[in-house]
Write a protein that binds this ligand. Structure first.
Ligand code: PLP
Length: 371
């Protein structure tokens, strides 16, 4: 089945007792057993929950993968993956990632003996050169948050080290990393998959049975699982994912073109623009270019802060991927935890999550904010 069809149907089965077409919210912590350890596959909701099972199947299907696991947040998904490793293991990470990922890796996980090398993923030669005998994982975002850089997943996966791709910005509608050789795909389902800014969640998908078993063990052992209601909301969001992404992309294309012509804008970072340094890779690797745009304003940090404060329709808020348009200043907001680090984002950079409103209203709002 095509992804659009899977988005509506995957993981969803009518309730056998009532025929309810929507997956019920199994708001239960435990399950009655027929005899000690004799049950219907569900013992306790940290271990398994039917609403979560439906969501896990849906996300796995969308990514074209065999196994999906849902978590309480994108960071919980990331943290659970990193618990696969031992002190002394070396992990290569893209030098432009979500600020929270940087914070988790450098400020939490280094305390447990993991070593991270921050590398420019736009250059596969640098990635290959960073590989050591102890390297157990390459972690990348593409497009990256917030600089909108791309990594060539197939080339990097070809180096033989397992690759984890944070596919939050692209969504499985635009890019399916497992098909390009990645071992793991990670999502903050808070973003495009949920799509309505009303739920926080995360997910991991893999085709590798051993990795899945190890992660499934950790999901239960660590316990960073999502609540049934959150799984339901995410499943509901997923049904319209393909439609929403199409509109996000169409709106972003027009907005990027407008910004590229604007005298107050120094540079637009959008892979759909011919002048993006990796436009050719974007055309090869992605179905379309997504709803995220970053741009660097003339006038640096002060002007970036002003523009981000002046929009009326674009709400000044962290997060992304919802139906409503958002604007933010990564240097002081989502990426504040990298501000003093070697991977700090440009203080003059403004990030847009372009929503599904009418594009004319969005363009007018940005123009008045830049005027
Ligand atoms: N990955 C990316 C690319 C993100 O933008 C975010 C959050 O903004 C995360 C991961 C973390 O996800 P969550 O906020 O759901 O924990």
């Amino acid at each position: 089945m095509r992804t659009e069809t899977l988005a509506v149907h995957a993981g969803v089965r009518p309730d056998p007792e009532t025929g309810a077409i929507m997956t019920p919210i199994y708001q239960t912590s435990t399950y009655v057993q027929a005899a000690p350890a004799v049950h219907k596959g569900y013992e306790y909701s940290r271990t398994d929950n039917p609403t979560r099972s439906a969501l896990q199947e849906a996300i796995a299907a969308l990514e074209g993968g065999r196994f999906g696991l849902a978590f309480a947040s994108g960071m919980a998904a990331t943290d659970t993956i990193l618990r696969l490793f031992q002190p002394g293991d070396h992990i290569i990470v893209g030098d432009d990632v979500y600020g929270g990922t940087y914070r988790l890796f450098e400020r939490v996980l280094t305390r447990y003996g993991l070593e991270f090398a921050w590398v420019d993923m736009t250059d596969p030669a640098q990635v290959e050169a960073a590989i050591q005998p102890e390297t157990k994982l390459i972690w990348l975002e593409t497009p990256t948050n917030p600089a909108m850089r791309l990594a060539d997943i197939a080339t990097i996966a070809g180096f033989g080290v397992p690759v984890a791709v944070d596919n939050t910005f692209a969504s499985p509608i635009l890019q399916q990393p497992l098909k390009l050789g990645a071992r793991l795909v990670v999502h903050s389902t808070t973003k495009y998959l949920g799509g309505h800014s009303d739920v926080v969640g995360g997910a991991v998908v893999t085709d590798d049975g051993e990795t899945y078993q190890a992660l499934k063990f950790l999901q239960n052992a660590v316990g960073a699982v999502p609540a049934p209601m959150d799984c339901f909301l995410t499943l509901r969001g997923i049904k319209t994912l393909a439609l929403r992404i199409a509109q996000h992309c169409a709106n972003a294309r027009q907005i990027a073109a407008m910004l590229a012509q604007h005298p107050r804008v120094q540079r637009v970072l959008y892979p759909g623009l011919a002048e993006h340094p990796q436009h050719e890779l974007a055309k090869r690797q992605m179905q379309d270019f997504g709803g995220m745009i970053s741009f660097i304003v003339e006038g640096g940090e002060e002007m970036a802060r002003q523009v981000a404060s002046r929009t009326r329709l674009f709400a000044l808020a962290e997060s992304l991927g919802g139906v409503e348009s958002l604007i933010e200043h990564p240097y002081s907001m989502t990426h504040a935890s990298t501000a003093d680090s070697p991977i700090a984002s440009d203080p003059g950079l403004v990030r847009l999550s372009v929503g599904i409103e009418h594009v004319d209203d969005l363009v007018a709002d940005l123009q008045q904010a830049l005027a």
